[in-house]
Design a protein around this ligand. Sequence first.
Ligand SMILES: [Mn+2]
Length: 467
Amino acid sequence: MEICQMISGLNEAIELLKCHKNDSVHVVSHIDADGLSSAAILSQTLDRKGIEHTISCHSLDELPHIEPCELTIFSDLGSGQLHTLHKFLHSDFIILDHHHPSQGDFPGLVHVNPTRDGYDGTFEVSGSGVSYFFSRAIDERNVDLSALAIVGACGDMQDSGKLKGLNRLILEDASKNGLLSYEDDLSIFGRSSRPIHKALQYFSDPYIPSISGNERGALAFLSDIGMEVKEGEWPTLADLTFEQKRMIASEMIARALPYVPPELAKYVPLLVIGESYTLVREERGSPLRDANEFATCLNACGRNKRFKTGIGVAKGDRGSLFDEILEVLRLHRENLKSALSVITSRTHERRKEIQVFCGEGVDDTILGTVASMLLSQKGFEPYLPIVGYTSIDDDTYKISARCSRLLTFGTIHLGKAIRRAACATGGEGGGHAPACGAYLRKDRLEEFLTSFECEITIQKNQSQNPS
Ligand SMILES: [Mn+2]
């Protein structure tokens, strides 16, 4: 079937763009990796059409401050913020998104969101995917942007196990055109750019006590399974033989299992083994060669407000912007490290269904990443959802919540829980099953946490009593 028949609104979006080929076009995208890849796909598409445009990237709370121009294209955001877009009604705009749409569709709205056609926006398609389908429907030659759409999907953690749904169609485009290869592999971050013991040390989901966060433990683990490698000559995961990978996988699973909630044990292999996506045209050893690592580079740019750097590299710059991205990545890791040491020096609160930390002093853009990292720190529970908060102004908290992906194989969907809890307490929130966020008035925090915990209890009960 034609993609325009599968995803409603694509034709209207293309027609609307045609009306604006000599106008000023503004692309408004999200600040995360998916948002940046999505912006890069659109920018490349508009460049090729000779359409002048500007790009800006925003967190969701900034949307009400954006001014309309002749045509505004929202990518990877907008669907959940329809109520804030009223001032755009007097100009033209297009939404290309995959997040859950909020109420308040208005007539004539050009709204492309495959969740409205029955696709799942959590795992089957990302914002970059939607932008890619738009781009490919404009010109078949834009098929070369498919690899970038896979990067965006990985950035949104849609590659749990393997990509499926509409993402699979994009993957086939990328693979058929010789841009990307995929194979079953260990799901360990740093495949092409980290020495294997370092990659193992940073592996934390599922949490493996003797390895996660423990460099010496990771080295001992490799020696236990007979991998003797000389100091200074550590291979990367990409260099290992199939047999070595198989041994590492089975030993990792065996060591993780005793610490996993028994009802989730059967899902552990799905976190250790999964498809890897290699951008085969990137240099060996480059962090851009693995789709997940590429996404992390873009994420680091987003979090550090270096949008031009990220989008430029995503559009193909491998010169000065690529050098910059490596520097941003280093800075990002330093920021995370110091934030982590601030939080771990404080006490946190453990409740029945969640654990809560105060993230004051941590930049709101990295609060979520810090929350994920805390799950494998001493004193924290790896299989209990974690929630952190930090001020963004005198009256407002940014909230981030994370959990092990293992929990999401059950019925836990933190994004749904936070949306309901935030809504019930006068805030706004949403996101993905293992990662989400909200904005909330400070005086409602306690109420919100109670409500969030209650939503999680409801989700857990649903798993025990499937109706
Ligand atoms: Mn997204």
